[in-house]
Every structure is written in C-alpha cells, then in structure tokens.
Design a protein around this ligand. Structure first.
Ligand code: PMV
Length: 325
C-alpha cells in the first residue's frame, strides 16, 4: 500500500482569503488560478501494518507528529478508506517552502492523491478536490488541469475546484522573482482567521463576483492587457486587507516593493508585464511567452532578485508510481 504523486503549486489571479468554517475550509469567496509547472511537490505515502507510528519527512527533515496537519489529513483519508495502518510520508519540494510560493497547495494536493491511492480509495476529481481543500484551501485548485476555478460553495460538498481550460490553452508565464527565502512569521492558514478584522473585507466580498466574471471573460478572450490590469489590482487589494487586519500582516519586504515599482517602470517602457503576490515576499511576474527572455534578462540585472523560476501552465496532481507488493 504505497503510492507516489506529484502536484503543482498554483498562482491565484483572484485570491482566496478568509474561510467560512475553519475545519472544512470552504472559502469566503471564489478564486481563479493557474497551476505552475516548476513549483512541484513529490510525495510518497506508505500504509503498513508493521509501522507502529506515523512518520513524516518533508525536505529531508523529520516533522513533529503532535498536532501535525499532515496527520490530520491522513486521518481523514484513513477514515474514508477504513484503513487503520500507520503511515510513512516522504515529501520533497523543488522550491523553498513556507515563503509564499504556496507549498501547502502543492503539498496537500500531492498528499491527498498519494495517500488516497495508497489506501486503495478510488475518487473522482471533484472528491479529490474536496478532500485536498480540507488540508489546505488552495490545494483544491492544484487537483484539476491548467486554469482552474474554485467554486465558492456554501457547503463542503459544493466547494471544490474545476478546470476552466487545460494547460495548453494560453501561453502565459509566471516568472517568480525570489527576493528572500526567509520563512514567513504567520502562515496563510493562520492569516485567514484575521481576514474579517480588516474594515475593508466586506467590501472585498461585495465585489468578488464581478471580478470573477471579468477574469473569466478576459481569459476567454485571451485579453492580456485587461487580464493583467485586473490581477495586479487584485493582488494589491489582498495586501491592503493584510495591512489593515488586526494584527496587521506585513509580508512585503523593501525588496518586494522595489520590484513592484520596477515592473510598473518596465511596463511604461513597453514591456507588457503585470505582477501578482501571495502571502509572502516574492513577486510573481505574469507575462506572455514571447517576452520571457526579456523579463529574465531584466530581472538578472536587479540585485534584489536572488533567483527566478519560470512557470508554464501545468496539469494538476497525478500519480507517478504505484508500488505493488
Ligand atoms: O491555501 P492557503 O491557506 O495557503 O491560502 C492561500 C492564500 C493565497 O495564496 C494568498 C491566495 C490564494 O488564493 O492562493
């Protein structure tokens, strides 16, 4: 009973922020994202009657079991599959975790798919997505292919992600500019609890449906300019909520801000690029495929940028190996 899955992280164009319920994690609002080809987690799960306790190794580090979210997630899967064996989980990210690159999205979607296969569960994409969401909200969007919408359902059963378009639909690229690999102090899972403390949060919810409609329209039209302007404004709105929450959440570093100014400057000079941001300091630069070289060239001249990761749209989580005994 052992399986290995690989799953991508994803970048949200319309962001999920705030949960209706902290256990089941249906979101306060709908969101839209793209799976990222070069931000991957590979996870192997083995259930074995000979294991006397669960063990979890992430990026070669043994994790503490007490209160661990991975164990809670394994318990969900064990209970669905009626399996009581303990598990060994080995997970590897090919990028720095907990810095705002959504390792929880790739991590919990890979865990969901690997553990379900190892436990002998046969689930639909919708069921995988519902299950992954309970591990970490945005993980539900790393299950389907390509460009994805997370439906803002009222219940657990109606809150899952669907593919809007496959990975080959549109040649847009997310060039991630890493400005620091320092881990954030407040994880997004923690941060969601403070969403409603911002005086602007209700307004954000009021305008979400219209924004969702517009992003879907621009995606459908492949209208890069309208799409870019909207997603950049959305990222700044998310950070306005962070800054005005109680406690305030300040994720951007001086280096991040300097880069946001540069993106605007380069755009004025004719390079059509837009930024988006997550719960962290790194900057996601969205561009068209034809401009990738120019973007990476510009970034290579910026001292603040430690490294870049070029992401194409990607397929969702999938099994890469089932081990038969
Ligand atoms: O899934 P979480 O709890 O890591 O939250 C993700 C929050 C954002 O990345 C800021 C937005 C999003 O929709 O991915």
């Amino acid at each position: 009973m052992k399986a290995t899955a690989v799953a991508p992280s994803n970048i949200a164009f319309i962001k999920y922020w705030g949960v209706k319920d902290e256990i089941l994690r249906p979101p306060k609002n709908g969101s839209i994202s793209m799976n990222l080809s070069e931000l991957l987690t590979t996870t192997t799960v083995e259930f074995n009657p000979d294991f006397y306790q669960d063990s979890i190794v992430v990026d070669d580090v043994q994790e503490i079991i007490e209160g661990n979210r991975v164990i809670k997630h394994l318990d969900r899967i064990r209970s669905l599959a009626k399996v009581s064996y303990k598990a060994k989980v080995i997970s590897k990210n090919n990028f720095p975790a907990s810095t705002g690159l959504s390792s929880s999205a790739s991590g919990f979607s890979a865990l969901t798919v690997a553990a379900s296969a190892a436990a002998g569960l046969k689930l639909s994409e919708k069921e995988f997505s519902i299950l992954a969401r309970q591990g970490s909200g945005s993980a539900c969007r790393s299950i389907p292919d390509g460009f994805v919408e997370w439906l803002d359902g009222e219940t657990s059963e109606t809150s899952y992600a669907i593919s809007l378009y496959s990975k080959d639909y549109w040649d847009i690229i997310d060039v991630v500019a890493i400005v620091s690999t320092n881990k954030k102090e407040i994880s997004s899972t923690e941060g969601h609890k403070f969403a409603t403390t911002s005086p602007f949060f209700n307004r954000r919810l009021e305008i979400n449906k219209e924004k969702m409609r517009l992003v879907k329209q621009y995606l459908q039209e492949k209208n890069f300019t309208a799409f870019g302007e909207l997603i950049e404004a959305e990222a700044l709105e998310l950070h306005a909520i962070y800054l005005t929450s109680h406690p305030s959440l300040i994720y951007l570093l001086p280096a991040s801000l300097r880069l946001l100014h540069l993106v605007k400057k380069w755009r004025k000079e004719g390079l059509e690029i837009y930024f988006t941001l997550n719960t962290g300091q790194d900057v996601h630069i969205i561009c068209q495929k034809k401009d990738v070289k120019k973007v990476t060239q510009k970034l290579s001249e910026v001292d603040d940028v430690q490294s870049v990761i070029i992401n194409y749209p990607s397929k969702g989580a999938h099994i890469i190996q089932k081990h038969l005994f």
